[in-house]
Design a protein around this ligand. Structure first.
Ligand SMILES: Nc1ncnc2c1ncn2[C@@H]1O[C@H](COP(=O)(O)OP(=O)(O)OP(=O)(O)O)[C@@H](O)[C@H]1O
Ligand SMILES: [Mg+2]
Length: 400
């Protein structure tokens, strides 16, 4: 850390104040101002925005408290990290609190290591605020409406196409296979000498641009690939903090970063989505495909992510007579526009995947390639993020 940070504690009980005072001794010159202060006073407290970290004690059973905390975080964001601490918080409480944009939720009794982790985050935020804003590559997440709908195919093929387009501008594209238990990105690109995510997670304390490049394989199209681990690894091998730091580095190095997400939701996949500039939701025009896609959209809504720029890709699309009605029905069922279709072209797609090629090199004049190019063109259009914000890091969430 090595910095003199100013921490304010807005606490409910003297017991917590003395427990915290005991835990927070001798922390690199960090000053702790631990107050017994009701949360309703925090909105008007002019000293809070000037501090480096705010620790708030909250009663998770009180809806008013949660609402006040939301207001406080919104007032302070972006800039001042807030952590909450609550006695007997359930996993649901923690998830609810994290969605407010907190940095962390500290279980009680508060441990020294948890406070140190929060301080480390505060220190990174302070350093980032001093640095001139680094260029940040566009983050594109790929979600699927059901298994086998072609999400990885679309991600990989749009990635190859985009890599070719951006090469002309001197920019690079990479794809991260975060489908950590069943990822096929490297397989579909026939990249055998793959190291990828497994290497990066095992060397996570030394994560930097050089280590990242060393764990990547470059496809002839120019697409850079971080492969999924070759052996099945539990989802919680990858902490939200690791994923976040990795994305920060990748986005400094690449103009566009595509992430193939796992089929199961976990806190870090929500975290990736929250940071995304584009989300491609790939599905097919089948009853299960549409249902699953609708479930994904509903889940995003339930997680407070309904503002995400989601674009629906209908894969393996076959236009038959009267099909336009079908598309409209799908849109109605999804309550979302179909932004792209990709033609059902088994011959072209399987030839490409079997040989690890871009479909541009298999059948450039195919409908499937034209459709994929449209997706790639949309991703190539540089868009500005709505606003720069310091994303929450989920250092101590149980059940990660
Ligand atoms: N447009 C297409 N036309 C014909 N076949 C396709 C098309 N897109 C994908 N496929 C085929 O569908 C199969 C599944 O594709 P893919 O692995 O990309 O799906 P996925 O959604 O990533 O699956 P998973 O749930 O395993 O991650 C592949 O064998 C691929 O060849
Ligand atoms: Mg896949």
């Amino acid at each position: 850390m090595g910095e003199n940070l100013n921490v304010v504690g807005m606490l409910r009980t003297p017991q917590l104040r003395s427990a915290l005072a005991e835990v927070c001794t001798d922390m690199n010159g960090t000053k702790f101002d631990l107050r017994i202060a009701p949360l309703e006073l925090s909105a008007a407290d002019a000293s809070l925005p000037g501090s480096d970290l705010i620790i708030v004690e909250i009663d998770t059973r009180s809806a008013d408290d949660v609402e006040r905390l939301r207001t406080l975080v919104e007032q302070l964001s972006p800039g001042t990290p807030v952590v909450a601490t609550a006695a007997e918080a359930t996993l649901d409480d923690v998830r609810k609190l994290m969605r407010l944009g907190l940095v962390d939720v500290l279980p009680q009794p508060v441990q020294r290591d948890d406070v140190l982790a929060a301080l480390e985050h505060a220190s990174r935020v302070r350093k980032a605020a001093r640095r001139p804003q680094a260029a940040k590559g566009r983050l594109v997440s790929v979600l699927k409406g059901g298994g086998g709908v072609g999400a990885t195919t679309v991600a990989v093929q749009a990635g190859c196409c985009l890599a070719q387009t951006l090469q002309k501008r001197g920019q690079e594209v990479c794809i991260l296979d975060f489908d950590v238990q069943g990822g096929t990105v490297a397989l579909y690109l026939d990249l055998k000498d793959r190291t990828g995510l497994a290497d990066l997670v095992s060397a996570q304390d030394r994560l930097d641009g050089e280590l990242l490049r060393g764990a990547m394989t470059r496809h002839p199209s120019g697409l850079n690939v971080v492969a999924a681990p070759p052996d099945v690894m539990p989802l919680d091998t990858f902490s939200a903090d690791f994923v976040r730091r990795l994305l920060d580095i990748v986005r400094q190095e690449f103009a566009v970063v595509i992430v193939d997400l796992p089929p199961t939701w976990c806190l870090w996949s929500f975290d990736i989505l929250r940071q995304s500039d584009d989300v491609l939701l790939v599905t097919q025009m089948t009853v299960p495909g549409v249902r699953q896609a609708r479930r994904q959209l509903d889940t995003l809504g339930a997680e407070g992510l309904d503002e995400l720029p989601v674009r629906v890709v209908l894969n393996r699309y076959e236009k038959r007579w009267g099909e336009a009605v079908g598309l409209k029905e799908v849109e109605k069922a999804l309550e979302h526009k179909i932004d792209f279709t990709v033609a059902n072209d088994y011959r072209t797609v399987s030839e490409a995947l079997n040989q690890g090629l871009s479909i541009a090199d298999v059948r450039r004049r195919s409908k499937a390639f034209k459709n994929i190019s449209k997706i790639s063109d949309a991703l190539a259009v540089a868009g500005s993020r709505k606003e720069e914000r310091v994303e929450p890091h989920l250092a101590n969430v149980p059940g990660r």
